[in-house]
Design a protein around this ligand. Structure first.
Ligand code: ZN
Ligand code: ZN
Length: 642
């Protein structure tokens, strides 16, 4: 008995997650058989649902084995791998509740499915070339007749075409990552000038040809979640500079579906695999929808007839000082919950407007959604509302409380305020950030919470963003923040960093700033500068902000890195990329403590003065950038000590 109990843990199947083992002694009940009974579908019971899992090694071996009946079959899977969340419509997780419902298993598949000793025992998406889904290649005029759609696709990729490829959670746009011309066209069509594209290579060995990969990074790349991992670029590589312009890193992933393994079973070093969408819209996921939405982006479509029920973008992660950091928690992770030490009411937290995810709680589980994206168009908003309903149904949650961001104009806030018969609570943006971080690390005591962010609506109506809180889950005290400064143009200032550069120069040097001898002021149109000055002076559409992101923007523009961005945070990213890592110096700044109940203010005008001074002395940008970053670190340390 002891050995049995031990082995339940030790010999658990690869994907099993054992939350707890309880042992109880019972008198013999004299069962005469061992059976696995059909799920009963209780309306209140719920289970954790597995995320999608990358193809396992045993399936890959079969995939490339010419004598296997699933040789080169792009939908091979087993109990240890394959699609899950993206094909599940409802619980219990049975085939009839998935998008596999229309495929009846052939005799051979059925007998595997019924055999407890088989690797495909109760594998709901089990399929083979006889009974399962199939792939086909199309262009806008219909199906392309060919022997092998995968070989044909490889040929087209080698010839510089852009192919929309249906994956697990939606369509990718793919092209050869070495082909400058293909990338140029893709960027034009996708209306993305600089935003980095993710790429996919067949193996770690191939990735090592163009990026540095350490032990922790290999581990993360090869994990069953298969996230996109940010890796440092090598010099003089074959990968096109257009994959991640002005960036020292590339987002790279390994194949995670049988179709990917087959596509990369060729000479191609890496494929661009970027989400199949125009700018920030949700990823396309249905065949006809993809042809409609991606018709102007892709030359061909490699599709199949297994429907995707839930879209799910690729996850993004990186390794920092040996630790994994998730930047976007989506495919491979969601909808697996974050478990907390305490039980919660059933709550829906609606999330922000940009890079939205929402969260539903029940018992001690926080079901954090996959990446929804920017809620700025109707497609994204509908996707958001549908996804909330899907999670509520899957986990049998009926929220008693709905939490929303304090920003009155966010679509997620409006959604919350429209809901009836439920308690609605506004939560300050950075309090939510800090509480999330506490939950991620299982902290329950009071913390010093630091939020370095772009935009978050404050309790005073200003745009907060560089904040020091004393906080716990329920409340916070704003102890210190970056001194307020006008944000001329409001939201458009985030797209045009030079606006914040002017605001900082004006607040530091006063009216005379126009006489400064710096490249930015020579570059900008005099009238434009005058208009910005007027906006600031007369307080026209210039809300106050303590944003950290906007400070990075200002510095990036003042020193001549980036004046207008084409994707979120570009100015800050490019500023970081040029930073000289060996520099230890930093700039001066002031900490203004009025010793009353008011928050401490961080005044960086001395830093702005010194940056202008450094520019006048022709100090390299890489050194100014490093000194700036060091100053931010210094500020954080100093305030924490205080
Ligand atoms: Zn498998
Ligand atoms: Zn079959």
């Amino acid at each position: 008995m002891d050995s049995f109990i031990q082995q339940v843990r030790q010999k658990a199947p690869p994907l099993a997650v054992i939350d707890s083992v309880d042992v109880e002694y019972l008198a013999p009940v004299k069962y005469d058989s061992f059976i696995i009974r059909e799920s009963q579908g209780d309306k209140t019971k719920y289970i954790k649902i597995s995320p999608d899992v990358c193809t396992c090694n045993e399936c890959i071996a079969e995939l490339f084995n010419p004598s296997d009946r699933r040789y080169r079959y792009p939908f091979i899977n087993c109990t240890n791998c394959g699609p899950r969340f993206t094909i599940i419509k409802d619980i219990p997780y049975d085939r009839k509740n998935t998008t596999m419902q229309n495929f009846n298993m052939c005799k051979a598949c059925q007998s595997e499915y019924d055999d407890p000793l088989n690797r495909r025992f109760h594998a709901q998406p089990n399929a083979c070339p006889v009974c399962g889904p199939s792939i086909f290649l199309e262009d806008m005029n219909g199906i392309i007749e060919c022997q092998d759609p995968i070989q044909k696709t490889i040929e087209l990729l080698n010839n510089g075409y852009i192919i929309a490829i249906k994956g697990l959670g939606g369509f990718h746009l793919a092209c050869d990552a070495e082909n400058d011309d293909a990338l140029k066209i893709l960027r034009e069509r996708k209306r993305r000038t600089y935003k980095p594209f993710a790429i996919m290579s067949a193996s770690i060995e191939r990735i090592k040809e163009y990026c540095f990969v350490n032990k922790e990074e290999s581990f993360l790349l090869e994990s069953f979640q298969r996230p996109i991992v940010l890796l440092k670029k090598r010099r003089n590589i074959r990968i096109s500079e257009l994959v991640a312009p002005n960036n020292n890193y590339i987002g790279v992933m390994l194949p995670y579906t049988p179709l990917h393994f087959l596509l990369l079973d060729c000479q191609i070093l890496a494929l661009v695999m970027t989400s199949g969408n125009i700018s920030e819209e949700p990823i396309a996921y249905m065949n006809e929808e993809a042809k409609e939405r991606l018709g102007k982006l892709a030359d061909y479509f490699l599709m199949h007839n297994r429907d995707i029920h839930s879209r799910c973008d690729d996850s993004v992660a990186r390794v920092f000082q040996g630790h994994q950091i998730l930047i976007r928690r989506s495919r491979g992770y969601a909808p697996y919950p974050l478990d907390l030490d305490f039980s919660m009411k059933q709550i829906l937290a609606c999330g922000p407007e940009m890079k939205n995810t929402f969260c539903l709680t029940k018992d001690n589980h926080a079901f954090i959604s996959h990446h929804i994206g920017d809620l700025q168009n109707i497609t994204a908003y509908n996707y958001y509302v549908e996804s909330i309903e899907h999670y509520k149904r899957l986990f049998r949650i009926n929220p008693e409380i709905i939490a929303h961001d304090l920003h009155p104009d966010y679509l997620s806030t409006r959604y919350a305020l429209e809901q009836k018969d439920v308690r609605i609570v506004g939560v300050q943006h950075h309090h939510a950030h800090i509480a999330s971080c506490m939950a991620e690390y299982g902290l329950t005591d009071k913390v010093i919470g630091i939020a370095c962010d772009g935009t978050g609506y404050g309790t005073d109506g200003a745009i907060w963003g560089f904040e020091f809180f004393f906080a716990d889950y329920k409340s916070f005290q704003r102890y210190a923040h970056l001194k307020y400064i006008p944000l001329p143009g409001g939201d458009s200032a985030a797209k045009e960093p030079y606006r914040m550069a002017i605001s900082y120069l004006y607040s530091t040097f006063g009216d005379d700033f126009t006489n400064l001898d710096i490249p930015l002021l020579k570059k900008l149109d005099k009238n434009n500068v005058e208009i910005l000055k007027q906006m600031i002076e007369k307080n026209i559409n210039s809300p106050l902000t303590s944003s950290c992101g906007r400070l990075f923007d200002a510095i990036s523009s003042i020193i001549g890195i980036c004046d207008i961005v084409s994707y979120d945070a570009q100015a800050a990213i490019e500023l970081e990329m040029i930073s000289a890592t060996s520099v230890q110096e930093s700039y001066n700044y002031m900490v203004v403590d009025s010793k009353d109940e008011k928050p401490i203010l961080i005044d960086v005008s001395d830093m702005i003065k010194n940056i202008v001074h450094d520019l006048n002395r022709n100090t390299p940008k890489s050194i100014i950038s490093a000194k700036f970053h060091n100053t931010i670190v210094d500020i954080i340390m100093k305030i924490c000590e205080k």
